[in-house]
Design a protein. Structure first.
Length: 396
């Protein structure tokens, strides 16, 4: 059995190999410099302490918090020991480099409180090194380099952290917008059912006096409309549980038919479209919130293809209904491109996933990994597949 290593894992392993080589070169450089200027075995302590911090930096992926704080403790102890034993001032170049890696990694990946503590600990080590150099009339080059390394690590760790926070905030706004839009659609559906119940109840009062034999049919219609209204209302409550009404945007008009949407995409002169769609009568029988979600998934998928894979040879759009669910699949066979795929996971798909999952369904989007309906080669193209549960009694 062949073990497949994820691309991110291979990249991280290669980065650690390169970092280990840099650490080894830094340790060798400082050992030679200290041996030449101080003589004897003065280089041993600095190399040993620096090697410990470098090893902790290389093992940071296993436990970032423990590695970061252990490295800071070793550095602080090395500064105090070097000062009291009249050894070359710490932190050494190799130790400063290892500390920069630990601080940057901690600021980037740890929870906010732990990240702040690691950054503060790194600053304390920088201050301690500067103080030791000033009070012992040692060379200020290494302490200053340590301070610059700490500042660079802070920036390198903080910048992607802020980008991730911004990305999460935008994704959450998209999710909230989709929840509100779907909730408004369901609100209209419930209002429709309630109106029907009122009309049926008024008719039942008239039938009870003139045609008692028809009363059962009127009551059955009222029961059906009430059950559908309750089911829709439960979905509304679930959607609005964490969503404020102030965030609502204007309601969108009803969507066109799927055939018109796919036909308009085909008329643009891009990829050839192979469509397998239900007829208009079948679509009209679906619950409105399900029909709207199917339309939006197809629309967003085709928009992504037009934006990111306009030269794909073919696109396959399939919408299939069975007794339990509606399955939507949009596939293109664009050639594999490492630079292309990361750009396809935009916020539109985030909103679609929120909408689909709000209705109890699932949505998967990503590079194709096997030959599919379009006949694309292994690994070629992009696929979006959504499944929406629909009970038989919900069709009307």
């Amino acid at each position: 059995m062949k073990l497949r290593v994820p691309p991110n894992g291979r990249a991280g392993f290669a980065a650690d190999i390169g970092l280990a080589a840099v650490f080894a070169a830094a340790l060798a450089f400082q050992a030679v410099q200290i041996a030449e200027s101080w003589g004897g075995g003065h280089w041993r302590f600095g190399c040993a302490a620096g090697a410990v911090v470098c090893v902790l930096a290389l093992s940071r992926r296993r436990h970032r918090t423990l590695a970061a704080f252990a490295g800071l403790i070793v550095a602080a102890a090395a500064i105090l020991t070097a000062r009291s034993a009249r050894l070359p001032a710490e932190p050494s170049p190799a130790m400063a480099l290892g500390l920069a890696v630990l601080v940057g990694s901690g600021v980037r990946a740890l929870p906010a409180a732990a990240a702040c503590a690691v950054a503060a600990g790194g600053l304390a080590v920088v201050a301690g090194g500067l103080f030791a150099a000033l009070t012992s009339s040692s060379n200020m080059t290494v302490p200053l380099l340590n301070g610059m390394g700490w500042l660079a690590a802070l920036v390198i760790g903080l910048w992607p952290r802020l980008l991730d926070a911004r990305r999460r905030a935008v994704s959450e706004r998209v999710r909230r917008g989709e929840r509100m839009e779907l909730a408004r659609e369901l609100h209209d559906l419930v209002a429709h059912h309630i109106t029907g119940i009122v009309v049926q109840a008024q008719a039942a009062r008239l039938v009870a006096g003139k045609h008692p034999e028809k009363l059962d049919d009127s009551l059955a219609a009222i029961e059906t409309a009430g059950s559908d209204a309750l089911a829709a209302m439960r979905r509304v409550v679930g959607l609005l549980r964490d969503t404020a009404e102030d965030d609502a945007a204007p309601a969108a008009p009803g969507p066109e038919r799927l055939g018109e949407l796919v036909g308009r995409f085909d008329d643009r002169g891009g990829p050839a479209v192979h469509a397998r769609l239900p007829d208009d009568e079948e679509q009209a029988a679906w619950p409105p919130e399900v029909a709207g979600t199917v339309y939006r998934v197809v629309q967003e998928s085709l928009t992504n293809i037009a934006r990111h894979a306009p030269h794909a040879p073919t696109v396959t759009v399939s919408v299939i209904r069975d007794r339990q669910a509606i399955t939507v699949e949009v596939v293109d066979d664009a050639p594999p491109s490492p630079a292309l795929y990361p750009q396809r996971g935009g916020y539109g798909l985030v909103g679609m996933r929120e909408r689909v999952e709000a209705l109890g369904g699932t949505l998967c989007a990503g590079p194709r990994t096997a030959t599919g309906a379009g006949g694309a080669a292994d690994g070629a193209g992009w696929s979006v597949r959504a499944t929406l549960p629909v009970r038989e009694r919900e069709s009307r």
